[in-house]
Design a protein around this ligand. Sequence first.
Ligand SMILES: Cc1cc2nc3c(=O)[nH]c(=O)nc-3n(C[C@H](O)[C@H](O)[C@H](O)COP(=O)(O)O)c2cc1C
Length: 308
Amino acid sequence: MKKKILVLYYTQSGQLRNILDSVVSDIKDETDIDFAEIKPEQPFSFPWKASSFFDAMPESVLMVPSPIQPLPEEVISKDYDLVILGYQPWFLSPSQPTSSFLQSEYATLLNGKPVVTVVGCRNMWLNGQERVKELLQKNNAKLVGNIVLVDTHPNLISLLTVIRWAFKGQKEPSRFLPAAGVQDEDINNASRFGKTIFNSLANNTLPRLQEALLQDRAISLKPGLVVLEKRGITNFRKFAPYIRKKGGPGDPNRKGRVDLFKSLLLTGIFILSPISTLTAKLQQQLQRKQLKKAVDYFRGVTFEEGRL
Ligand SMILES: Cc1cc2nc3c(=O)[nH]c(=O)nc-3n(C[C@H](O)[C@H](O)[C@H](O)COP(=O)(O)O)c2cc1C
């Protein structure tokens, strides 16, 4: 009998769906694959308005769930051999629809199932994946693999293009900037992961799947990211409850604090970024051994509380 795979995902622009289509493109014939999209009851607009974009930080970071549309009955009742969960980080945390799904009644379909996560993002995904690991564990699911596709342009370039994409909806290159998001070539080449997943499922070697995926270059992670993410998420965790004290999403009472967060974030990114990159590099030199261990951990699929 064919192995049954459920591909669950959320996407605004369609990028994540393209990545997932590529991942399973070479194993479609030998497996029984269903796709199910996570849809919030109140969709997030895309392109974003600046006011709602920055306003989405507190609930993303604190993983405050909001209602999602019911998943199809046939998906809920089918007994899958493997679930592939495709998601993206928002504000160094799982996107709100993803964390809402993982905390919803529909997440019971993950109970006892092996899960492969597929992340498509700009380049900062570590805390997002830690929180997903945590929620998968709460749902009694077993994370067996993780594939991460990032925009490989230099940090500042990917920031400018993701901003153009998020606020203008323009993914295509412009005069001075390349296309936004994960490069097409990397999306196409993600088809190499399908066979690795399939073989592992067919040969009952899922506990060793991540080793095989890493050999397929499923994750490229530089130690500097560990330093920068830790700094970033520490600040977001302080700011998120501070904003929420003034009200929930879209509440005009919290606008002043959201605007303050926006100004500080943009200052941090565009003005302080050369300094913070330099101090992160210094920290990297001083904590080389420790960071090497951290990189090994973040490339893996085990979950240890308090890593980020
Ligand atoms: C509100 C928001 C916050 C984001 N924060 C991050 C982030 O922290 N790290 C990151 O690598 N990418 C971040 N991104 C980029 C997304 O992870 C993702 O690559 C992009 O939104 C395209 O995903 P899609 O498949 O939903 O279209 C963010 C995007 C949005 C809209």
